[in-house]
Design a protein around this ligand. Structure first.
Ligand SMILES: C[S@@+](CC[C@H](N)C(=O)[O-])C[C@H]1O[C@@H](n2cnc3c(N)ncnc32)[C@H](O)[C@@H]1O
Length: 306
């Protein structure tokens, strides 16, 4: 029997200003494109071939069909305008490829990396092959399309804060608003939080997060559902809100409602130009700002309910 002919596909490489990988991936997926971060541009802190290519222009790759290329181009132009990328700071290259590139691309994209003592890797990696240190804790991620590979600056800032909160006495419970892949919720459980919940409107999120919890043997302590943050109830010792500036600004009252007295709040995904207004709004809601930090254009903060 003749082998099925391979469908020709187009590999679209978008070179863009640093710091936008995960936001771009999210926008592309929302528009129905699956995208991968090109291998050489995965963030610093890599375990395999540590160091990476410092200074290389970040690229993301989409493999798609011919008729979709112009839609992808138009989407990129819209996103570039919305993100205010300077002229000449991005470009698109289109090449014809074969179908089987796709799976290989996904696998190449997943490079394990370190964030504090967490060694974040994909399910198809064997952590025994990594150059780990004494106090390292592996965090295994289920590959999928929900937001949260750990590549985004805000997720890294959130993982750092979580590790600080859990160092001595982990909070008794934690809710992760906009959990995406479940990376922060599962990290919290791995770090010792006994009761963890997370939700996200993304239909892919709950199953992917639950599988990630199972891979890390913390499924009994985690619960995920599909919904917006308004669907969350109860009072929590810790609330993670790695969302984006406008959501954080608009939901200060929800954060207050969900926090137990003295509870801790992480907010992330805040664009630098929106940080001042966002934190001002949170402070007005009786939340005391304890810490802020930034990576590239992204700002995060930790607050306490008075
Ligand atoms: C920046 S991503 C964070 C994902 C993951 N928690 C991380 O830290 O990498 C923001 C997430 O918020 C979700 N989201 C958007 N609107 C939301 C809402 N109203 N309530 C809860 N989550 C929302 C998105 O689907 C997305 O997965």
């Amino acid at each position: 029997m003749d082998a099925k002919p391979l469908k020709p596909l187009w590999r679209v490489t978008l070179t863009h200003p640093p710091g936008w990988e995960e936001s771009l991936l999210w926008h592309f997926r929302e528009a129905g494109f699956e995208a991968a971060v090109a291998e050489q541009t995965f963030p610093a802190g890599l375990l395999e071939g540590e160091g990476g290519q410092v200074g290389a222009d970040p690229e993301i790759v989409v493999v798609t069909e011919e008729q979709e290329v112009s839609r992808l181009r138009a989407l990129t132009e819209t996103v570039a305008k919305a993100f205010e990328w300077p002229q000449g700071s991005w470009r698109i290259q289109v090449e014809r490829r074969q179908e089987q590139d796709w799976e290989a691309l996904w696998r190449k994209r997943w490079k394990a990396f370190r964030c504090g003592n967490l060694v974040v890797h994909a399910e198809f990696h064997d952590p025994r092959n990594f150059p780990t240190r004494d106090r390292d804790q592996p965090l295994c991620l289920k590959a999928g399309s929900a937001f949260g590979t750990g590549g985004h600056a805000s997720t890294r800032l959130a993982l750092k804060v979580l590790q600080r909160w859990c160092r001595n006495r982990p909070p008794a419970d934690l809710i992760d608003l906009g959990t995406g892949s479940g990376i922060l919720a599962v990290a919290a459980a791995v770090l010792g939080v006994p009761k963890v919940a997370g939700m996200d409107p993304d239909p892919q999120s709950p199953a992917q997060a639950q599988e990630t919890a199972a891979l890390n043997r913390v499924a009994q302590r985690c619960r995920f559902w599909r919904g917006t943050l308004e669907s969350a109830g109860g009072r929590w010792q810790a609330v993670m809100a790695n969302l984006h500036s406008d959501l954080v600004r608009d939901h200060a009252a929800d954060f207050h409602r969900l926090l137990a007295p003295g509870g801790r709040l992480f907010v992330g995904g805040i664009l630098d130009r929106k940080a001042e207004g966002t934190f001002l709004g949170l402070k007005r809601s009786d939340l005391r700002l304890e810490w802020t930090s930034s990576r590239g254009r992204w700002v995060a903060g930790a607050l306490v309910k008075q």
